[in-house]
Design a binder for this molecule. Structure first.
Ligand SMILES: Cc1ncc(COP(=O)(O)O)c(C=O)c1O
Length: 399
């Protein structure tokens, strides 16, 4: 991990405990602790050792994250040519890539094939036909529509098909010269109900029954939740138990026989969220119609997209204030002139009563879906830079 990869121009890498670097830190910024990413990867592998972990690049495509996960042996789930290029730059081999986005242009498929990608997810006849034309012989995984009840950020019907439609797509793929390789689903991100994986695996077993043959691979998606302010979430072991239990329950598929697919999981949030702290600054505090509004220098358009609909309520920390400082409710807003750029109106967010412009507010567990969502330049404000925190190497380690 020594060489610095092609980070975005506004990103930087700092060594921890470097006072001079701290003095020139931009605000807002995402501070990302690589050691925490590595620990999260180990925890995931330990919880679900039977699955091939394919990191969902969209959660945080920072070159340092991709490089680290590549070195740890992760596969990747890609959604675009930009993500493909980032993964190639990080040294990830095409054999460890799968194109997970069922919505693709011919140019996307051509680029993937040219790079050597051979695994694609699909969920529509026209997309199967596109793959058959431009990626003959490729391995196709059909995405099932999952019941994503319990997800904080559901897909709400955007992707996936029913089990009988999945079987029809597998047949169409096979007949068109593709490999009818697998079935998959995504239970919805930040999924707090382990039953969602049971439901998805049951649907996959029904698709196998309709297809009449066991497919080689089952992709149980991402969705593994991380802690936020909304309360406790099931841990990885609980989700893994649900997956294992459902696989055992559907080992014998009626009319087909034993089904023991190669298992793939696509964690995004679970590998990077807890590694990130989004550091922001108070710009203005104002009383409006009896409520205290706190305006920060970060908002919906610099990375806090998951606050839309108050889906994700981050844990907040105010480092300059003692933890027992008197607090009161606030409306928390971003810095742009856009009326939608309000992070929390309804959530019970309480901040110190003496919070003032210049004070720091930290969003914890913010390593996923923040920097990757930051829009380029809305309202003249720059996208969210990422500052990498590297583990400190002791002299013995470097010797
Ligand atoms: C196809 C696919 N796989 C995996 C993920 C990662 O999900 P999560 O971050 O909830 O683990 C996503 C996220 O949207 C996705 O669309």
């Amino acid at each position: 991990m020594g060489a610095q990869r092609a980070a975005r121009a506004h990103d930087r890498v700092v060594e921890p405990r470097s006072d001079s670097a701290d003095r020139v830190m931009p605000s807002p910024r995402l501070e990302l602790d690589l050691a925490a990413v590595s620990r999260a990867f180990s925890a995931f592998r330990d919880a679900l050792p039977e699955a091939e972990p394919a990191y969902a690049v969209k959660a945080n495509p920072h070159p340092e994250v991709l490089g680290l996960l590549a070195a740890r042996g992760a596969s990747v789930d890609l959604a675009s040519v930009g993500e493909l290029d980032a993964c190639l730059l990080a040294g990830i081999t095409p054999a460890r890539m799968s194109w997970g986005n069922p919505v693709k242009k011919p140019a996307d498929v051509r680029a993937a094939v040219a790079a050597g990608v051979t695994r694609f997810t699909t969920d529509a006849p026209a997309d199967v036909d596109l793959l058959a034309r431009l990626a003959p012989g490729a391995a196709v995984t059909v995405r099932l529509g999952a019941d994503d009840t319990g997800s904080a950020t559901p897909f709400a019907g955007k992707f996936g098909v029913t089990p009988d439609e999945a079987a029809a797509l597998l047949t169409r793929a096979r007949d068109a010269g593709l490999r009818a390789h697998g079935l998959g689903f995504h239970p919805g991100s930040q999924q707090t109900d382990p039953d969602a994986w049971r439901r998805g695996i049951a649907a996959a077993a029904r698709a196998v029954e309709h297809f009449g043959a066991p497919v080689a691979e089952l992709d149980v998606g991402g969705g593994f939740p991380t802690p936020h302010a909304a309360g406790p979430v099931p841990d990885l072991a609980t989700c893994a138990d649900a997956i294992r239990g459902a696989l055992a329950a559907h080992r014998e598929v009626p009319g087909v026989g034993v089904w023991r697919p190669h298992l793939v999981a696509e964690p995004g949030r679970a590998l990077v969220a807890e590694a990130g702290v989004l550091v922001a600054e108070v710009v203005l505090v104002a009383d409006r119609a009896g409520r205290r509004w706190v305006y920060l220098d970060v908002g919906r358009y610099q990375g806090l997209a998951e606050t839309e609909g108050e889906m994700i309520v981050y844990r907040l920390r105010t480092p300059g204030h003692p933890s027992d400082a008197p607090r009161g409710p606030v409306v928390l807003a971003g810095p742009t002139c856009d009326g939608d750029d309000v992070l929390y109106r309804r959530a019970d967010v309480r901040l110190p009563l003496d919070l003032a412009p210049g004070d720091v507010v930290e969003f914890l567990g913010a390593g996923a879906y923040t920097a990757s969502y930051a829009s380029v330049g809305f309202n003249g404000l720059p996208p969210l830079p990422t500052v990498i925190r590297r583990p400190v190497e002791t002299p013995e380690e470097t010797a």
